[in-house]
Ligand binder design. Structure first.
Ligand code: UN1
Length: 513
């Protein structure tokens, strides 16, 4: 791995001493067991990070709640200036951080860089937004009264993120939360803890340079039990959690017990509808990148292709041919398209899914399998596979975080394809490939896709930060990133001011003394 400049990247990000047990940032409260981080790229131990104990957590919360008292008083555009500086630092460290993401998580270096670019983009977005935290004004029904609403900081925002976007999803939350005047406590995935340390180091530098308390940005480490410290804690006003539907249901219930707020980004079961009017070349690029990019481990990965019967054979052949071109191997080597899965458990799930689809009556079109031999020592490299299946198969109804694409056939009008597309519990991303205006508009209409994201002539993955990101149904309903997603990080207050010498009551109620 040294050939790929990993050591230099770790040095630049200040994560070099982790092996000796020293960690940096607010995380220096951590006194728990070590979490070891192995790279799925070559199976090597990259470093270890101490986990957060219950006592450590209390200390982090003390620091965070104290920092909130001053941070919330800083004018929002000045908070934006801090986020601008953070974005600048990310620009400087883009290559190093992109490399660490690629090495610790296994996505291609290009995608690692893309992820850091998303962080930079959300910082830019947040800087502008820091002058646009608008509320409405309304006309009061009472004479001499003024009514308006304003948004105030919420407090502590708890962020629970997944391994697949180990840095960007944190940044989406944190950049917005910061300009909104909140402080953050982040629990990164225990499968990518070094990415967490690297980000914390970058943020800590900015706060230090500006004489601001580092408690504005806090890191805790560990498994779901550490996440539970936050979900159960009424000092954490908002929990933003990204992960499986199973995890989301537990988090939502725990947070609801104390009537806290939650923002959930859970599983997807994303489909591309391919109609008789589709551009086949675009379909192939969109579908293949969607299915095999990040080794099928994006929540927006393409899982299902719903193809019209009239072009089914043609599309199947074009996609299968494209799969033959895929190079699988070290994701830091830019000539490879597909890197490893995150770990051996993921490989097991991949193998089970392929077995299950055959048991349920599916047919394998592009053979899968685990790769071994030189370059594949980690045991995490698998072949992207394609199977013909039926929409109702249990395995097709569930999200498997692996590069397995299910081909489903539809006949008749596009409404039949939309019914299949919507016929799952998840509702994150969806797409239609068509040059037919009627089909496209129908897909986008109120009788169309029921997902949070619906694209025309684009695949299901690779959303830009400017839009609100998230999904419906069991995907959890949360929205992060662009548009007005910032509102969830603030509390709304309606204000009515009477500037007369009378006190008329609303609704014309008479109450004379
Ligand atoms: C995720 O997989 O958790 O749309 C987020 C995309 C990325 C984000 C995915 N911008 O593919």
């Amino acid at each position: 791995a040294a050939d790929f400049g990993i050591k230099q990247a770790l040095d630049q990000l200040g994560v070099k001493d982790i092996n000796n047990g020293s960690s940096t940032g607010s995380n220096n409260f951590a006194n728990g067991n070590y979490i070891e981080s192995y790279s799925p790229v070559d199976g090597q131990l990259i470093g270890k990070v101490k986990s957060t104990t219950a006592e450590d957590y209390e200390k982090v919360m003390e620091v965070a709640t104290e920092a909130f008292k001053s941070w919330r008083l800083k004018p929002a555009p000045q908070r934006g200036e801090i986020v601008r500086q953070f974005g600048e630092k990310l620009r400087e460290k883009k290559e190093a951080l992109g490399k660490l993401v690629s090495y610790e998580m296994g996505k291609s270096y290009q995608e690692g860089l893309g992820e850091v670019q998303e962080m930079i983009d959300i910082c830019d977005f947040a800087v502008g937004l820091s002058r646009q935290l608008h509320g409405f004004t309304m006309h009061s029904e009472r004479p001499g009264h003024r009514m308006y609403e304003q948004y105030h900081p919420l407090g502590v925002v708890g962020i629970i993120s997944a391994f697949n976007f180990p840095v960007a999803v944190w940044a989406w939350n944190t950049a917005l939360a910061w300009i909104c005047g909140d402080v953050c406590v982040w629990k990164p995935s225990e499968k990518a803890p070094l990415c967490g340390i690297a980000c914390q180091n970058i943020a800590a530098e900015v706060f230090k340079e500006n004489n601001l308390p580092e408690g504005i940005c806090n890191l805790i480490n560990g498994d779901y039990k550490v996440g539970e410290f936050m979900t159960k804690d009424r000092q954490v006003s908002l929990i933003s959690a990204t992960g499986s539907i199973r995890m989301g249901k537990i988090v939502a219930q725990e947070v609801a017990k104390r009537l806290g707020k939650s923002l959930l980004e859970l599983g997807g079961n994303n489909a591309i509808i391919v109609t008789p009017d589709a551009d086949i070349k675009m379909t192939v690029i969109g579908a293949v990148f969607g299915a095999v990019g990040t080794c099928g481990q994006r929540c927006t990965s393409t899982r299902r292709l719903i193809i019209h019967e009239s072009i089914y054979d043609k599309v199947t052949k074009a996609i299968s041919d494209a799969y033959k071109q895929l190079r699988i191997g070290n994701p830091l080597d830019e000539s490879n398209h597909v890197g490893p899965l995150i770990d051996k458990d993921a490989v097991k799930m991949y193998k089970n899914a392929l077995k299950k689809v055959v048991e349920e009556g599916g047919k394998i079109i592009v053979e899968g399998g685990v790769l071994s031999g030189e370059g594949y020592e980690s045991g995490c490299y698998v072949k992207p596979a394609i199977a013909e299946a039926e929409p109702h198969f249990e395995i097709v109804q569930n999200e498997t975080f692996a590069p397995i694409l299910y081909l489903l056939k539809y006949s008749g009008g596009v409404e039949n394809a939309i019914e299949i597309q919507n016929g799952v519990v998840q509702g994150l991303s969806s797409a239609i490939m068509t040059n037919n205006l009627r089909e496209a508009e129908r897909f986008l209409s109120h009788a169309g896709s029921d997902c949070g994201i619906a694209n025309v002539n684009i695949g299901t993955s690779g959303a830009e930060i400017g839009g609100a990101f998230g999904g419906e149904k069991e995907t959890g309903g949360g929205r992060e990133s662009g548009s007005d997603a910032w509102k969830v990080y603030m509390r709304r207050q309606t204000n009515t001011i009477n500037y007369t010498e009378d006190l008329p009551l609303a609704q014309g109620i008479k109450f004379d003394l």
